[in-house]
Design a protein. Structure first.
Length: 395
């Protein structure tokens, strides 16, 4: 795989753009790359038809132009439900409130979309081994999709990753290295191993920018199925910023094609204990710098140096959205509230998105006739222990 019509990789730091989809970093400034679509090379009517009859993230060839003749590495990811949540909508004082529930993906998180794309690209490139550092969900997905593609997966996780995460990496046959400390320590161990091992293909967010095509398909589904039309606001729990980068890319394409009239507001939500994108937004910075001493209950959000951070920041600003930070207690309480009020099992990260929505509502950001969507990026069952512990402490 080298080029595909209609899809390029772009660097938000220096403006470089190229159509070689196997690029890992910007060749001009070594910055992070992210996908961008060329509306002139994409048939809008065909894309619209595919969106209306989507049964997986591979349904619209123009959005995922890799894999040949439908042979992408897949476990049935995508086509996740958009769940109406009227009780929470009343509490937030908005016209409609819906949750895009990514917990329905094969290993239970939105990471399946990204890893399916990365694994497909790795197979096309002739890889035999894939590797990445992760706080958890990426590792489970990598091990599962590597098994599907007959690849060997090498996963570097910090000691604080959950027991369930570590168990499922093992169950899927992944080679797991548990590294003392937090994500940056796992990243250091991964980088040392990549330097020493010939033939390992990195599929982490920092070195596999094509991954964001996966979350772009989530955005396409969302915009095609939202109740009452395109949402006014999309609230996204944000770690690496990959989901926001993908959502922004596909929304820009749909605007260029005339399918959307304008971008919805994209709102990024981070944990107070690790909020580099929020800090950059509040300080009016153009780039996102690393966060010292990260500490949050949400492993998915404890990403001190987000690979797609500057792209996520651009998505927020260009759409007229905001970036907000919420504390751990609000995150856990919101995840539990979603389950109790609507029956939907939200992950801790999904709780962060809802907590952010409440903060935005309290700040007067939403109008009473707004349609708001929150992204629940994982299944609540994966975080059941920490959610139950919160309830027990709360009495």
């Amino acid at each position: 795989m080298h080029t595909r019509e209609g899809l390029a990789l772009s660097c938000v730091a220096c403006g470089w753009q190229g159509d070689r989809l196997d690029a890992q970093r910007c060749p001009d400034c070594d910055g992070q790359l992210a996908p961008s679509y060329d509306a002139d090379a994409i048939d809008g009517s065909s894309l619209r038809a595919g969106l209306e009859d989507s049964d997986s993230q591979w349904s619209v060839d123009a959005l995922v132009p890799i894999g040949s003749d439908g042979d992408g590495v897949t476990l049935g990811e995508g086509a996740t439900p958009l769940v109406a949540c009227p009780t929470l909508g009343d509490e937030l004082d908005v016209e409609t409130f819906e949750i895009k529930d990514e917990g329905h993906n094969p290993t239970g998180t939105v990471r399946d979309r990204a890893i399916a794309v990365a694994a497909t690209a790795a197979v096309e490139a002739g890889a035999t081994d894939v590797a990445l550092p992760t706080t958890g969900a990426d590792g489970v997905a990598a091990a599962a999709y590597a098994a599907r593609a007959d690849l060997d997966a090498h996963v570097f996780v910090p000691t604080r990753s959950t027991h369930t995460t570590k168990a499922m990496i093992n169950v899927h046959g992944g080679d797991m290295q548990v590294v003392e400390g937090r994500l940056p320590h796992a990243e250091d161990a991964f980088e040392s191993a990549i330097d020493e091992e010939d033939g390992w293909t990195p599929i982490d967010p920092a070195n596999s920018p094509l991954r964001a095509v996966g979350p772009a398909t989530m955005g396409a589904e969302l915009f095609a199925s939202a109740d009452g039309g395109v949402p006014d606001a999309v609230v996204v729990p944000t770690g690496h910023g990959e989901v926001l980068a993908g959502l922004h890319a596909v929304a820009e394409l749909l605007v260029d094609l005339g399918i959307l009239e304008e971008l919805p507001e994209f709102h990024a939500v981070q944990a107070e204990g690790c909020a580099p994108i929020v800090r950059a937004f509040e300080d009016d910075e153009g780039t996102v710098e690393g966060w010292d001493s990260p500490d949050t209950i949400s492993g998915a959000l404890e990403v001190p140096d987000p690979a797609f951070g500057t792209h996520a920041l651009a998505a927020v600003r260009e759409s007229g959205g905001r970036a907000v930070a919420v504390d751990d207690e609000a995150i856990l309480a919101s995840a539990c509230r979603i389950a109790a009020a609507e029956g939907l099992q939200a992950s801790v990260a999904g709780g962060a998105a809802a907590a952010g929505a409440w903060e935005l509502s309290n700040a007067g950001v939403f109008e009473s006739d707004d349609a708001v969507v929150c992204c629940n990026t994982g299944a609540g069952s994966l975080d059941s222990d920490v959610l139950r512990s919160h309830l027990m402490r709360a009495g």
